[in-house]
Design a protein around this ligand. Structure first.
Ligand SMILES: Cc1ncc(C[n+]2csc(CCOP(=O)(O)OP(=O)(O)O)c2C)c(N)n1
Length: 566
């Protein structure tokens, strides 16, 4: 029996175990929407396609599954581009399904036609224009495989209207046949041995963990290795949660807004073991002064990521978890006689780190009667949730304060747009995470600028009964840019003041959510407690100190030891 392209698509998605689609309908995909209610797949109707992608992205990060998006052609498709680029930069597995005009009129400037395959070529891991209904099932199978296999990333599948409408035999392939894409999962034993020897010789070692530790599920192995070797650990923004933020070997985050001890340790180390991190400029600062005396080991599933930005002494291509398991096997076998025998004695180094730690680079004063400090709000959120919430963020100071003052101890609990840094991410991301974990507490730590980029998703939260909390650190500025203007442009503030913002409490109520406000330090805790009691979406407007800055701060392009401390 033959099925329509729409039926083939939906059946294929079910075979892939898809439970939820974040989407927005339109003319060319009405056939799919017509059939969607008769499947077991849940559809979440967002209010903007960009939000659909962020929500699916966050669902993927929180659950470890592939996120799925369905949108129409033309404007529906172009609205997804920011979300796709963000997922691409952060290596998140997504399948984005876009509608397309009928194959016969592609290239004719048909109504709502856009070359989305061309547009997204550089920000997808791969993309497809499906020309024949017969090939649809195999392409969907391949898309899901590609999204999560090797280095994860977004895959776009463009679906012309006639391909969706036409009928074909449904045959779902059992296996993916691809000759060209064969990522190396198994880390090479010789390279592992070389890395291990360097680890034994190191007097000043540091481990740098990135998002790859989380996506490969290597956090337990990382902790065991660090503890066995007594190596201090720092992470990138994307790596937060990959190592417990309360551990004695934890240095704090590295980079532009990293801690004093993390930046000093990396600059002075003689061995840096980078695991699933890609040496972004926000992490390295000035490249030629980035750990100049160190040997570098780099473990990454993506060979093109190795040696891209920095020179590496021991490259290890493979899955982070696989490589760490192999390293642990060596330490287990040779641990007693060599590690304990003093081959890896770096006690002086750990003492040095302790001394750096005493600089307390993460500090602020909350005056009793002064304005609310944004850092205090984040610390209170941490204290009241006991570190058990999933935190999403917008972009800017709010994102950095969340990263610095909420101590993440578990993977997949900090969800942020790291590589692209796109404002408007946090609220839709909170929805995606809440759908992945209905019983968990999900909080979006937001800025008053960013939240206005996708605030319409409060409607999605209310409609879908997603009890997310939004904590706006409302400084009435595009704070991070204002901070740049304060420090580097002699306070010449321009286009960063956010006067004319709505009354967030009323706006929240208008959407049918709860709105709360705190204007004094004494109100922070009671308002948060109230928000946590309410089992509905709540938005809290924290009126915080307007000109607070994020410290430490390394000026862009400077070496990471060049920290402004307050
Ligand atoms: C889509 C987008 N546009 C512009 C920027 C540049 N940008 C980075 S941070 C920032 C300010 C963010 O302000 P707000 O959301 O109020 O957060 P705050 O820094 O005050 O916490 C801007 C404009 C961006 N990252 N993303």
């Amino acid at each position: 029996m033959e099925s329509s392209g729409a039926e083939i698509l939906l059946e294929s998605l079910m075979r892939e175990g898809v439970e939820v689609i974040f989407g927005y309908p339109g003319g060319v995909i009405t056939d799919i929407y017509d059939k969607l209610p008769s499947t077991k797949i849940r559809h979440v109707l967002v209010r903007h396609e960009q939000a659909a992608v962020h929500a699916a992205d966050s669902y993927a990060r929180a659950s470890g599954k592939v996120g799925v998006v369905l949108v129409t052609s033309g404007p529906g498709a172009t609205n997804t581009v920011t979300g796709i680029a963000s997922a691409y930069m952060d290596s998140v597995p997504l399948v984005v399904l876009t509608g397309q005009v009928p194959t016969g009129v592609i290239g004719n400037d048909a109504f709502q036609e856009v070359d989305i395959v061309g547009i997204t070529r550089s920000c997808t891991k791969h993309n497809y224009l499906v020309k024949e209904t017969e090939k649809l099932a195999a392409i969907i199978k391949e898309a899901f495989h590609l999204a999560s296999f090797g280095r994860p990333g977004p895959i776009l599948v463009d679906l012309p209207k006639d391909v969706i409408a036409r009928k074909a035999e449904f045959r779902y392939p059992r296996k993916v046949k691809m000759r060209s894409y064969k990522p190396t999962y198994e880390a090479h034993p010789k390279q592992i041995r070389k890395a291990f020897e360097l680890m034994l010789q190191a007097k000043k070692p540091v481990i740098l963990a990135g998002g790859g530790v989380i996506s490969s599920g290597a956090h337990r192995e990382l902790k065991t290795l660090a503890e066995k070797m007594r190596f201090p650990v720092t992470t990138t923004l994307m790596g937060l949660g990959g190592f417990p933020g309360t551990h004695e070997l934890w240095l704090g985050m590295l980079g532009m807004h990293g801690t004093y001890q993390a930046n000093m340790a990396v600059a002075a180390c003689d061995l840096l073991i980078a695991i699933g991190a890609r040496f972004d400029d926000r992490v390295t600062g000035k490249l030629d002064e980035f750990c100049p005396d160190a040997k570098l080991i780099h473990i990454d599933i993506d060979p093109t990521s190795i040696k891209k930005n920095v020179d590496i002494h021991v490259p290890i291509v493979g899955d982070c978890r696989n490589a760490l398991v192999k390293l642990l096997n060596l330490t287990a076998k040779e641990f007693k006689d060599r590690v304990r025998g003093g081959a890896s004695d770096h006690r002086a180094w750990l003492r040095q780190i302790k001394a750096w730690r005493e600089t307390y680079s993460l500090k602020y004063d909350q005056a009793k009667d002064g304005p609310i400090k944004p850092q205090y709000v984040v610390e209170e959120i941490y204290r009241l949730t006991k570190g058990n919430a999933i935190i999403t963020t917008e972009v800017g100071q709010n994102q950095m304060w969340a990263a610095q003052y909420y101590h993440f101890t578990k993977p997949r609990t900090f969800i942020t747009s790291g590589g692209l840094g796109c404002m408007g991410f946090g609220l839709p991301a909170a929805l995606g995470a809440q759908i992945a974990h209905p019983k968990k507490l999900v909080i979006d730590i937001a800025g008053d600028g960013s939240i206005q980029m996708n605030i319409q998703e409060l409607a999605t939260a209310v409609e879908n009964k997603l009890p997310v909390k939004v904590a706006i650190l409302n400084n009435q500025y595009l704070g991070m840019v204002r901070q740049f203007q304060e420090i580097f442009y002699n306070k010449r503030y321009f286009a960063t003041s956010l006067t004319g913002a709505p009354d967030f409490v009323k706006l929240s109520e208008a959407y049918g959510a709860v709105g709360l406000r705190a204007e004094k330090p004494s109100e922070v805790t009671p308002v948060l407690e109230e928000a946590l009691r309410i089992k509905r979406p709540v938005l809290i407007d924290f009126r915080v100190e307007q000109e607070e800055c994020v410290y430490p701060m390394v000026p862009a392009g400077a070496p990471i030891t060049n920290m402004l401390l307050a």
